[in-house]
Design a protein around this ligand. Structure first.
Ligand SMILES: Cc1cc2nc3c(=O)[nH]c(=O)nc-3n(C[C@H](O)[C@H](O)[C@H](O)COP(=O)(O)O)c2cc1C
Length: 229
């Protein structure tokens, strides 16, 4: 397609209305819509056009099995080595406080107090059910990829999230699945040379669940941008 100078104001709307959706309706997404999102997402940019993403779309019986396997392994007290930890440890300021506040704001919306460790753990486990979404996505990539390609994967993820909003759908990006890679390797067709990079829940968001009222804070532009004349 040639260079398009038309106004595409829906990108702003998609970005502003996107949140990490942590509860989904029990409502199927049509194959047509799913295919449209996935096809268009392939237009994402990547350094050198390497297109390092491999996508595994999980639905139906496989999704049920996937969720059950994850929950069973969690309940059995198993812990796995993540492919990559979610954050540097220890985190520094202000990121440490931002992360802390996100958690507190989320649990406050659901009335799960700080001393309710079981309640918080149970909530965390919702990750293992793709937050009830009808579609789970696992993104894998070659183990030889390096940091520039992880950026490409992030760009791809953002494409999926914005395209989903255009269809009235919501998403939850999930680093969680890096902690439970055995589930992906046991149930999906992932070649030995690939690893799990990130996951995503996709479906119609539940407007009535309090967790979806979370509109996470952002830094001010002045705090993160430096302008040079
Ligand atoms: C790569 C990536 C991985 C994430 N992993 C998880 C996750 O495993 N579980 C979760 O609940 N949220 C996860 N999030 C959501 C972030 O917490 C969320 O994007 C952030 O708090 C900002 O909130 P917002 O997405 O609602 O604007 C992830 C986000 C990204 C970009």
């Amino acid at each position: 397609m040639s260079f398009n100078t038309n106004k595409t104001s829906t990108v702003t709307e998609a970005l502003e209305s996107r949140i990490t959706c942590r509860d989904f309706l029990d409502k199927p997404v049509s194959d047509k819509i799913l295919k449209r999102i996935l096809e268009t997402s392939l237009r994402s940019a990547s350094g050198g056009n390497l297109q390092p993403w491999k996508i595994h779309i999980i639905q139906g019986e496989t999704l049920e099995k996937f969720k059950k396997t994850c929950v069973d392994r969690m309940m059995a007290g198993k812990v796995e080595e993540p492919t990559y930890p979610a954050y540097p440890s220890p985190l520094w300021e202000p990121q440490r406080s931002w992360r802390y506040k996100l958690g507190e704001d989320m649990y406050a919306l659901m009335g799960i107090e700080k001393d309710n460790k079981m309640g918080r753990l149970a909530w965390l486990a919702q990750n293992g059910k793709f937050f009830g979404a009808p579609i789970g996505i696992i993104i894998t990539g070659d183990k030889r990829l390096d940091q520039p390609q992880y950026m490409d994967i992030g760009i791809y993820l953002q494409s999926l999230m914005l395209l989903a909003r255009e269809e009235g759908l919501h998403t939850a990006p999930q680093g969680w699945w890096r902690n439970w890679t055995s589930v992906s390797h046991d149930l999906l067709d992932i070649p030995d040379e690939e690893e799990v990079l990130v996951g995503m829940a996709l479906g119609y968001g539940n407007p009535d669940h309090p967790v979806n009222a979370l509109y996470a804070d952002r830094a001010n532009l002045d705090d993160i941008a430096k302008f040079y004349d």
